[in-house]
Design a protein around this ligand. Structure first.
Ligand code: CTP
Length: 432
């Protein structure tokens, strides 16, 4: 997401540094603009160092990045700074928003870069007021907040607690940076129409390869990650087909579900649906091998020693689909890896299978991944790797979709390059 952050004068401006750090680390393209008063609290150099982009504090200042966000190609003309920055923004957040700024915005005064950009914004505008409690509760401020909310501006509720002035406590604290980022990401999703009409194919669960009519070779995948991706894509307006292998979870509302049992069944269904899909997300743990000659009747334990069950490789569905891809399709694979080298191995898989994104999770940890409600993953694209710290599978699904949006726009954030792989084998890929 292209996120424009306006910083106004207040002691809480220091917390905006942490917000900018979190947003940048989450892969968002961040630009910061400041009011002259805010520079008394935090200088532009600090924000510039974190975002890797120039920080403007005056509407008369030329933007060295010509309205571009980190990762954007520079315009070949000199745009009007406050208009270009807000025009390209997906969300504009002013944090902290001082009482003075709230008052100015309520009546439409545009006397600095932050307020001018707000007047020109047609993306979601979020304000995070932070001030002394008496200032926040003053009828004038309350009336301004009500006016702004009535106009569709999202004015976040300040937190309560100790305030800047010694011994004072009450409402008026800037919410924690992580909460601000979550509010921004929610606002962005609610207005993100890039998924409307997109056809998304998601595989989920784990295949079961029969040994005989009652026994199979399977894995612990619960299907939660794939179902979370399917549900998130549906919420964003996509048409979702879910290839579901042995999953007992409730079907995400509005998704079409095709139930399969084995890798071979999944391959047939995937090849049928894939040509029309815009996005493929293969979360399923597909067996790499299957019994070559499953018995027609239940085997007696005395008849066959286990060493005699011959296995044959299954088709790598993802690699097969990747070899048939057409322009405009985005392919995402998962990699369940063990401990050290997981990221390098995932990077190798990205290249080997011809994918746009590989989501790696470390299956050596029992608190995440397979059959657990939470996950911690590393997202690997051609431009780098980014770790998403432990979070619910629903939250991870949203981050995966955000990365797909960036890839489809050609704005996937550049991150430190990933080393090439050199790692030994793994079990069935995919995740819970
Ligand atoms: N996958 C697939 N078809 C298979 C096996 C895996 O489509 N027969 C997909 C999984 O859904 C997952 C990714 O491929 O998205 C996992 O890669 P995989 O090749 O299974 O990982 P490893 O087995 O660890 O890799 P390798 O091929 O090197 O054995």
């Amino acid at each position: 997401m292209r996120l424009l952050i306006g910083v106004t004068g207040g002691i809480a401006a220091y917390k905006a540094l942490e917000l900018v750090r979190l947003a940048t680390r989450a892969g968002h393209q961040v630009r910061v603009i400041q009011t002259p008063t805010s520079e008394r609290f935090v200088g532009t150099a600090a924000f510039a160092a974190i975002t890797g982009a120039p920080v403007l504090a005056s509407e008369f200042e030329a933007d060295p990045a010509r309205g571009g966000y980190p990762g954007d190609a520079a315009a070949d003309w000199v745009p009007i700074s406050h208009l270009a920055l807000v025009e390209r923004a997906d969300v504009y957040l002013i944090a902290p928003a001082s009482a003075n700024t709230l008052a100015k915005l309520a009546v439409g005064i545009a006397d600095n870069l932050v307020t001018t950009a707000a007047l020109a914004a047609d993306c979601p505008l979020l304000l995070a007021p932070a001030m002394n409690n008496r200032m926040f509760l003053h009828p004038a401020t309350q009336a301004n907040v009500a006016t702004l909310r009535a106009r569709g501006v999202c004015v976040l509720e300040p937190a309560s607690g100790a305030l800047a002035s010694r011994g004072e406590a009450g409402i008026g604290r800037l919410p924690e940076p992580a909460e601000l980022l979550a509010a921004v990401e929610t606002a962005h999703r609610e207005t993100d129409s890039s998924w409307e009409g997109l056809r998304v194919l998601v595989s989920a669960g784990g295949t079961r390869e029969p040994i005989d009519p009652v026994r199979y070779i399977g894995n612990h995948s619960s299907g939660r990650m794939g179902y979370a991706v399917a549900a998130a894509a549906r919420r964003r307006g996509a048409q979702v087909t879910l290839l579901s292998a042995n999953v007992t979870l409730p079907t995400p509302a509005g998704a079409e579900v095709i139930r399969v049992g084995t890798a071979a069944e999944m391959l047939v269904a995937a090849e049928r649906v894939f040509p029309a899909a815009d996005v493929l997300v293969m979360t399923a743990a597909v067996a790499d091998f299957r019994p070559a000659r499953p018995a027609a009747h239940k085997l007696k334990k005395t008849t066959v020693p286990l060493t005699e069950i011959a296995l044959e490789p299954t088709t790598d569905i993802l690699a097969r689909l990747a070899s048939q891809r057409r322009p405009g399709q985005t392919l995402v694979g998962f990699a369940a890896e063990h401990g050290a080298g997981a990221v390098a191995y995932g990077a190798d898989k990205l290249e080997r299978k011809g994918l746009d994104l590989v989501v790696v999770n470390d299956v050596s940890r029992s608190d995440i991944g397979f059959d657990s409600a939470e996950n911690e993953v590393t997202l690997i694209t051609a431009t780098g790797a980014e770790t998403v710290t432990k979070a619910s599978k629903a939250a991870i699904a949203e981050t995966i979709l955000d990365t797909i949006v960036a890839l489809r726009r050609g704005t996937a954030p550049a991150a430190p390059a990933v080393l090439s792989a050199g790692v030994a084998d793994g079990g069935p890929g995919g995740v819970a």
